[in-house]
Design a protein around this ligand. Structure first.
Ligand code: TYD
Ligand code: MG
Length: 456
C-alpha cells in the first residue's frame, strides 16, 4: 500500500491534491476539496474485463462509406432542432439547467413522444419516486405513453436493467444521483459522476442506444462539479429560464452532430412545456408605441430570426460612482458601447446609472445587437422614443462605424412579417430588402444619435 491511499479532489475543477487546503490552487475555488480514494475505479473497469489479446488497431481512410446517421426525431420540433434535427443513435447528451427550470418535465415529454412514436424508451430517475413521476405524467397527459420507468441510483443495477431491456433511448435523471459501488466517494462528487457518466456513455456507444443525462447547474452556469462530463458526451444542451418568467430556452453549447447556435423556445404552463414556434411575438410583448429607452432588435438565433425588445434606463446617479447593470447581455460590451457613445457622439453618461435589459429572459450574444443597444441608450438619455414600428441591428466598431450584420434579409423579412415598417441598419448590399420595410442606412453611430434627436 502506498503511503497515500487518499487524495483530495477539487469538486469544481477536478484537480487532485495530496493535502486538504481551504482553497484549490488550480481554480481558486474555496471549500471544494473532498477526500477520495487515491485510485478510484479506472473508468471502464466496471464493465467486462478486457480480453488479454486485444485486436490490432485497424486504420481506415477518411473517405469512409459511412452514411450520415439516421436521426431519431421526437416530434417536439423545438427539441429536435436544438439537437441538430433529432437524436443520433449511439450518442450521449448532457442536459444541464438550474434546479426547477423544467428538465424533468421536458425529458418526460420527450420520452412520451418517442414512446408514442414506437421507440423503446427507458426513464431512470434517481431524484424522485416512481409515483411522483407517474403523477407528473398524468399532469402532462403522458401517462398512456409506453415508457419504461424505474427509480434507481445504483449504476450496476441500472446497466444490468438496460442491457436486458435494450432500449433505443435512455434518460438518466440526474447523473448527480447515480453512484458506482467501486468508487469511494459520495454520489454527486467528481469521481462518482465521472465514473458513472463514463460507463453510461460506453453503454451508448456499445449498444447503439441514445443516452440522455440530466445534470444540475450551479449559479454561475457550471454543471455542478462535473464539468468533466462535458468532455465525455457528444452534445451539451442547457435549459435556461428566468425565475418568474414562463419562457424556457433550450440552447446547445456543444454538439458533435449539429450546429450550436440554435435555440428552442418553450413556455411552461400547467400542462407542462409547450413549444413556441414564433418566439418573436413572445419576446416583443404588446406592439405599438414603445417608451423612450426601448429598441426592437432584429436578431438571428441559429437559423431563426428573433425580434426582441432591448430596454435601457439612464437615471441620475445618487452616490459617487455610477452603476451599470445588465440582464441578458454582456456587461463588457455595454461598457464598450457607452465609451463609443461618449467619445464619438459626445454624449455623457458619467452622471447616470445605466440599466440595460433584454425582454423576456432571452440572452443575446450576437454583436449585431450593438446598434440596438446604442439606440436604446441614446433614446433613454434623450428621453425621446424611437419611431413606431422600427427595428434596429448592426455591429458597432470602436471607431463608431457601423458594420454590416449577417443575414440582413432574414432579419428584415421577420420585421416585415410582424408589421414593422422601418429599420435602422448598416449600409446594405444590394438586394437586402423586404417588402414594406424602409431601411434607413446608418454608417456611423453619430448618424443614429442625430436621428434620435439627442445632441448631448
Ligand atoms: P422540473 O421538471 O421538476 O424541474 P427540474 O427537473 O429542472 O428540476 O420542473 C419543476 C417546475 O416546473 C416546478 O416549479 C413546477 C413547474 N411545472 C409546471 O409549471 N407545469 C407542469 O406541468 C410541471 C410538470 C411542472
Ligand atoms: Mg428534475
Amino acid at each position: 500500500m502506498s503511503k497515500r491511499d487518499h487524495v483530495f479532489t477539487c469538486q469544481a475543477c477536478g484537480a487532485i491534491w495530496p493535502k486538504w487546503t481551504g482553497k484549490c490552487e488550480a481554480c481558486g475555488e474555496w471549500n471544494t476539496l473532498v477526500e477520495e480514494a487515491a485510485r478510484p475505479v479506472v473508468p471502464g473497469a466496471l464493465a467486462a474485463p478486457m480480453g488479454k489479446k486485444g485486436k490490432a488497431l485497424a486504420f481506415v481512410e477518411l473517405t469512409g462509406e459511412a452514411e450520415p446517421p439516421a436521426r431519431l426525431a421526437s416530434g417536439i420540433s423545438e427539441f429536435d432542432r436544438v439537437c441538430g434535427g433529432g437524436l443520433v443513435p449511439a450518442s450521449a447528451i448532457l442536459i444541464g439547467g438550474d434546479p426547477g427550470v423544467g428538465k424533468s418535465t421536458l425529458l418526460l415529454q420527450v420520452a412520451a413522444a418517442l414512446g408514442r412514436g414506437g421507440r423503446k424508451v427507458a426513464y431512470v430517475t434517481g431524484e424522485e419516486a416512481e409515483a411522483q413521476v407517474q403523477e407528473r405524467a398524468r399532469r402532462l397527459k403522458a401517462a398512456d405513453a409506453p415508457v419504461h420507468l424505474a427509480a434507481e441510483t445504483d449504476l450496476r443495477k441500472i446497466l444490468d436493467g438496460l442491457k436486458a431491456l435494450k432500449p433505443d433511448v435512455v434518460i438518466v435523471d440526474s447523473i448527480q444521483t447515480v453512484w458506482a459501488d467501486g468508487v469511494e466517494a459520495a454520489p454527486g462528487t467528481v469521481a462518482q459522476v465521472r465514473a458513472c457518466a463514463h460507463e453510461l456513455v460506453r453503454f451508448a456507444k456499445k449498444s447503439g442506444a441514445i443516452v440522455i443525462l440530466v445534470g444540475h447547474v450551479t449559479k454561475d452556469g457550471q454543471i455542478a462539479g462535473p464539468r468533466v462530463v462535458e468532455h465525455l458526451v457528444d452534445a451539451v444542451i442547457y435549459f435556461e429560464g428566468e425565475r418568474g418568467m414562463p419562457f424556457r430556452i433550450l440552447r446547445a453549447v456543444k454538439n458533435r452532430f449539429g450546429p450550436t447556435d440554435e435555440i428552442g423556445v418553450f413556455e411552461m404552463i400547467d400542462q407542462g412545456l409547450v413549444e413556441t414556434p414564433n418566439p418573436s411575438a413572445l419576446f416583443l410583448g404588446a406592439s405599438g408605441e414603445r417608451p423612450s429607452g426601448a429598441a426592437v432588435f432584429a436578431g438571428v438565433e441559429g437559423s431563426r430570426p428573433v425580434l426582441v425588445e432591448i430596454q435601457a434606463l439612464a437615471a441620475p446617479t445618487a452616490y459617487g460612482t455610477p452603476r451599470r447593470a445588465v440582464v441578458g447581455w454582456d456587461s463588457a460590451r455595454l461598457a464598450m458601447i457607452l465609451a463609443v457613445l461618449e467619445t464619438r457622439c459626445g454624449l455623457s453618461f458619467s452622471g447616470r446609472d445605466v440599466y440595460l435589459s433584454v425582454a423576456g429572459g432571452l440572452r443575446i450574444t450576437e454583436p449585431a445587437a450593438d446598434l440596438a443597444v446604442a439606440a436604446a441608450l441614446i433614446s433613454a438619455l434623450a428621453d425621446a422614443p424611437l419611431p413606431k414600428h422600427c427595428v434596429v441591428f448592426g455591429e458597432v466598431a470602436l471607431s463608431g462605424e457601423v458594420r454590416p450584420a449577417g443575414r440582413s434579409d432574414l432579419r428584415l423579412k421577420e420585421a416585415a412579417k410582424l408589421g414593422f415598417e422601418q429599420a435602422y441598419a448598416p449600409p446594405q448590399k444590394k438586394g437586402a430588402t423586404a417588402a414594406g420595410v424602409k431601411v434607413r442606412q446608418i454608417g456611423h453611430i453619430a448618424d443614429l444619435a442625430g436621428l434620435i434627436g439627442a445632441d448631448g
